[in-house]
Design a protein around this ligand. Sequence first.
Ligand code: NAD
Length: 263
Amino acid sequence: MVNIDLSDKVALIAGVQNEYSLGWAAAKKLLAAGCKCIFSFQGERNIPALEKLTAPFGDQVLMLEVCDVMYDEQIEALFEKIKQKVGKIDYLMHAIAFTPRETQENPFVQTSREGWKIALDVSAYSLLALAQRAAPIMPAGSSIVALTYYASEKVVPKYNVMGVAKAALEATSRYLAYDLGAAGIRVNCVSPGPMRTVAAKSIPGFTQMLEKAAKTSAMGKNATFDDVGNMCLFLFSPMSGATTGETIYVDGGYSVMGMSFES
Ligand code: NAD
């Protein structure tokens, strides 16, 4: 058993709304490793849930801050507060995605300009927007992790413009990996298979997706929240010190299958 001690580190986790959020899966692992955490979330309505979730971790939780990533001024305000109160961050967890409902209910070919803009703005540009403010206060050895999905490279019906947004997110992480590499900041994506979260439940046919993914994966099962959290922890920790610009699947080997005899 390897002991990862991150007690001198600070993480900003963007995008936790409840205990089922994948951002929380990563946060739990960071907190268990002694890391101090700052949580940012979309709106004031998220505060009670976040307070309840983080209460057991006491002083390890440094800040709970509202930051809707569609607004530059809210991102600026978040980093200004972090600079003043904490001074640095070592890790940035991006666990944010959104697309208007109609973009997943209607065929992809009907996606509106507005739907496209919102999906790519919230789900992909936000990584760049957060990283460009985080980088100046990230020391060498820092790490950024974003959550993506397989629909970035293959067609997953109903995922639609969110697949396009995930492709943009992965490309953004590679360009950031290049820009920030010389400063010793790594940037990677973790790509979980389908997981039962609030965001996922809005995808039409999600339960069928869960069952099919488990059946047709190499391991015959879906990943767990623990699996996803552990991969994030690995990518934050010095154990992955020369890994950057990668998209790493945590999906029981679903993405490596070319054909399955399961129906
Ligand atoms: P979730 O609903 O718990 O998390 C999504 C978060 O995005 C929420 O906290 C929400 O408040 C936040 N968000 C949306 N719009 C925002 C905005 N404008 N500003 C700030 N925050 C905003 O669901 P999740 O499944 O844990 O999603 C986290 C990440 O994991 C997403 O990027 C998602 O695409 C990705 N992912 C999920 C699955 C899955 O099956 N659940 C699979 C692969 C990847």
